[in-house]
Structures are given as structure tokens and as C-alpha cells.
Design a protein around this ligand. Structure first.
Ligand SMILES: [Zn+2]
Length: 227
């Protein structure tokens, strides 16, 4: 893999000629994580890739490197394009990782909620992702990770009314359904189609309000205990 050749599809020659560019593999990352660091002072660009990338085809890896360069230079005049065949391949690869992800031990309550939601809103067509309880955080009630096909629900909701948990699980399942759109090197997760689907949840607005109320009460208690 010639890094300069790969990047010449997205960056102008000036940036390629004037910088020292390196690709490093690291054990510090898990899964398919990667990042890019730019040391402006000594004109050094380093791509850090998880070891998992070593086994991936060069075409897809080229797309990853180009995507990272696009992210770094999005607002500069170093870029010549933000979309290449390799970037498209890379995005496809990331979206499809969920289909081959490892299975974990899922939470029984979340499994039951998923089953009901699947029948009701997805015509039974939604494959079951990994469903796990995460840490006790108010900041992020749920998340869906494509690479591991995992819905994680905050333990803050553990004893919440089922309907409230279901509304958060539903939101995360919509991420699995809609995946994401990439435009100009930026990923869009909450697209208009996503938001439209979100409002199909029964009594959507009402449940949203209940959820807010539940959290603010819980938060108050939470901070009392932590004094
Ligand atoms: Zn979301």
C-alpha cells in the first residue's frame, strides 16, 4: 500500500509532498477503531489503526485512510474530493460489520422488549442485535454500535416503566435499520426518514415527556445520594 498514492485521490499534491505521512497499527484500539493525528509544527500526519485492520483488504483500508484524511481536512483547502470508490467501499464495509458481529449474552428484559418491538414496528424482520445494559449514565440513555451490532441501554433505566425502556430501545433499533448516510465525509444518523419512523412509536410525544420526567426525578435522587 502506497499511502501517498491512496491519499492522492482525495488530497492535493501540495499536502502530500510537504508532509511526512505514516500509518501505524496499534494494540490500544479494540474493534475497527482508527484515528488520524496531525502535527502541524513538524508537518507530520499519522494514521493510527487498530490491529484488526491488518486483515482487511487494501481497497477497503484505502477507503478508511481517505475517510480519515477527509475528516481532518474537511474545512481546509487541501482536499480535492470527499467521495471516492474506496470511501464508498469502506462505508459499506462498516455498515455490514453488524451482520458478522460476535454474539454476546443479552439481557432478558431487553430481549423481551426487542421481541415486542420487532413484531409491532418491524414486521418481525429486524434481526436481534446484542442487547446489553451499560453504565449508570444520564448523558447517553442508549446507543447502537454498528461494528458489534450492539444496543446498549443505560442502567439508569433499569427499573423504569417498560414503555420508557422500549422507547429508547426502539430509537436504537432504528439506527440498526437506517444505518447512516455519508455526505462530504460527514456521517448523518438522525435523517428525516429516521425521525419520521421515530414518531411512529405509540404515544410518542407522551412517552418522551414521561421519560424526561422520570429522568429528572431520578437525577434528583441520584444527586442526593451522592452528597
Ligand atoms: Zn440516535
Amino acid at each position: 500500500m502506497d499511502i501517498k498514492e491512496i491519499l492522492s485521490n482525495v488530497c492535493g499534491t501540495q499536502v502530500l509532498n510537504e508532509h511526512l505521512i505514516e500509518v501505524k497499527y496499534s494494540d490500544k484500539f479494540n474493534k475497527f477503531n482508527a484515528n488520524i493525528k496531525y502535527y502541524k509544527a513538524n508537518k507530520h500526519i499519522v494514521f493510527h489503526l487498530s490491529r484488526k485492520w491488518e486483515g482487511v483488504s487494501d481497497e477497503i483500508k484505502a477507503g478508511l485512510l481517505q475517510s480519515l484524511a477527509v475528516k481532518l481536512f474537511r474545512r481546509s483547502n487541501f482536499l480535492i474530493t470527499t467521495d471516492t470508490v474506496n470511501i464508498q467501499l469502506y462505508n459499506l464495509f462498516m455498515k455490514n460489520l453488524s451482520a458478522v458481529a460476535e454474539r454476546k449474552e443479552s439481557d432478558d428484559i431487553l430481549i423481551a422488549i426487542y421481541k415486542e418491538l420487532n413484531e409491532r414496528y418491524f414486521q418481525g424482520l429486524m434481526d436481534m442485535p446484542n442487547l446489553v445494559l451499560g453504565s449508570n449514565t444520564f448523558r447517553k440513555l442508549g446507543c447502537y454500535e454498528y461494528a458489534t451490532d450492539t444496543v446498549t441501554i443505560s442502567s439508569v433505566l433499569q427499573n423504569a416503566p417498560k414503555e420508557l425502556i422500549a422507547s429508547v430501545v426502539y430509537h436504537e433499533l432504528l439506527h440498526k435499520k437506517h444505518k447512516f448516510n455519508v455526505k462530504n465525509g460527514k456521517s448523518f444518523h438522525h435523517t428525516p426518514e429516521f425521525k419520521k419512523d421515530e414518531t411512529l412509536f405509540e404515544n410518542y410525544q407522551q412517552v418522551e415527556n414521561q421519560l424526561k420526567k422520570y429522568l429528572s426525578t431520578k437525577k434528583r435522587r441520584f444527586s442526593w445520594f451522592h452528597f
